[in-house]
Write a protein that binds this ligand. Structure first.
Ligand code: ZN
Length: 370
């Protein structure tokens, strides 16, 4: 995520704030000032918005920590003006996992709402006043309303909301995840159209609902449904495909004592970007283009390949599942995504993200052509 700043690393997960989010806070600060003409008014408005996003952040960590229980890693959590986004390696390996991970977020808001409700019941007199322009309510009441809204909003049964994942998990409980996603995406698009219709009817004065914000949600849901359907279509193409089917078999091999000068000629002559390095028949390293360029800039064209190459690379066998291999490479931060394929100690192919992308495109085109 570009345009975002790191604000902390709770539970070892980077939390980032998107810069547009700061604009939103500034906007609410201005609104608070505009309504009250006091610094206190501006501050309390900003504080109230921060509180809402605190609840959103806790919601995201509900997903993150539940996913961690199943061994699924989260890259980072980013706060955007529209909510939080947790980048996880997977939404769950089984329908049960997906269901629990999706529900863990809203469950956090249910707990906060419950605590706020208990606070209201137990200490009605000692409730601190939280005067904001957004909501003139005592703090626990504001927390209650906000968290109930977050539960309702996130459980709309449409991607990219949690409700969409809950729906898919239930639909795929015994059977086809791709079909389940298609159905869930179609339901999501139906909901988007319904929201759009409500906005139009309201604008025309035919129904007493004036919620232009729904149009924004409708758009969000429509795009989310399409993206999810595409992502699963790609996964379904790769299902059951072995490394042998999708690997590159024509490429050049570098040797440890080649110079970067020679490598630069190779790089220019073809479209290969990453070079496996082989010594006495064994793969000893890999020289990705970025590392090549960095070494060239730092120590010049006479540098040897062995001093520029990466030694921490993944290997794959031809009969392995391509999905497993890709996931293994992506699960380690900063690891090389190009993977040499070795059979009986001999280099027989290479898997690169570009090559797998081409494989998916070719298969998709053949499917359409049928
Ligand atoms: Zn969520």
């Amino acid at each position: 995520m570009k345009w975002s700043i790191l604000i902390g690393r709770p539970f070892g997960v980077e939390v980032r704030l998107h810069l547009t989010f700061l604009l939103l806070l500034a906007f609410f600060g201005w609104r608070g000032w505009d309504a009250s003409h006091t610094v206190q008014g501006a501050l309390s408005s900003v504080l109230f918005q921060s509180l809402i996003f605190g609840c959103v952040l806790l919601h995201e960590f509900g997903h993150v920590l539940m996913a961690r229980r199943f061994g699924i890693r989260t890259r980072d959590v980013t706060l955007l003006p529209i909510g939080g986004v947790a980048r996880m390696d997977s939404t769950g390996e089984t329908p049960r996992q997906e269901l629990l991970i999706a529900l863990a977020g809203p469950a956090v808001n249910v707990v906060i709402a419950g605590l706020a409700f208990a606070w209201l019941l137990l200490f009605p007199a000692r409730t601190p006043q939280f005067d904001t322009t957004a909501l003139n309510a005592p703090l626990p009441l504001a927390l209650l309303v906000v968290n109930l809204f977050l539960v309702g909003f996130n459980l709309i049964p449409a991607f990219p909301m949690d409700g969409g994942r809950v729906l898919r998990a239930i639909l795929s409980w015994r059977g086809d995840r791709v079909r389940a996603t298609r159905i869930a995406a179609a339901i999501g698009k139906g909901i988007a159209l319904l929201f759009g219709a409500v906005v139009l009817l309201g604008m025309a004065g035919l129904i007493p609902i004036q919620q232009p914000f729904l149009l924004f949600i409708a758009l969000f849901v429509w795009i989310g449904a399409s993206q999810e359907a595409d992502a699963v279509a790609t996964t379904s193409i790769l299902q059951g495909v072995t490394v042998r089917d999708a690997m590159m078999t024509q490429f050049r091999i570098a040797e440890p004592f080649h110079s970067l000068r020679e490598m630069s000629e190779w790089l220019l002559a073809g479209d290969q970007q990453d070079f496996p390095v082989v010594a006495q028949g064994d793969v000893v390293g890999i020289l990705p283009r970025e590392d090549f360029l960095r070494a060239l800039a730092a120590s010049g064209p006479d540098t040897l390949v062995k001093d520029a190459m990466r030694r921490d690379f993944n290997l794959a066998a031809p009969e392995e599942d391509i999905e497993t291999v890709l996931r293994r490479a992506q699960s380690k931060e900063g690891s090389v995504l190009t993977i040499p394929v070795v059979q009986g100690g001999v280099l027989v192919g290479m898997v690169t993200p570009e090559n797998v992308g081409e494989f998916v495109m070719v298969k998709a085109a053949m499917k359409t052509g049928r």
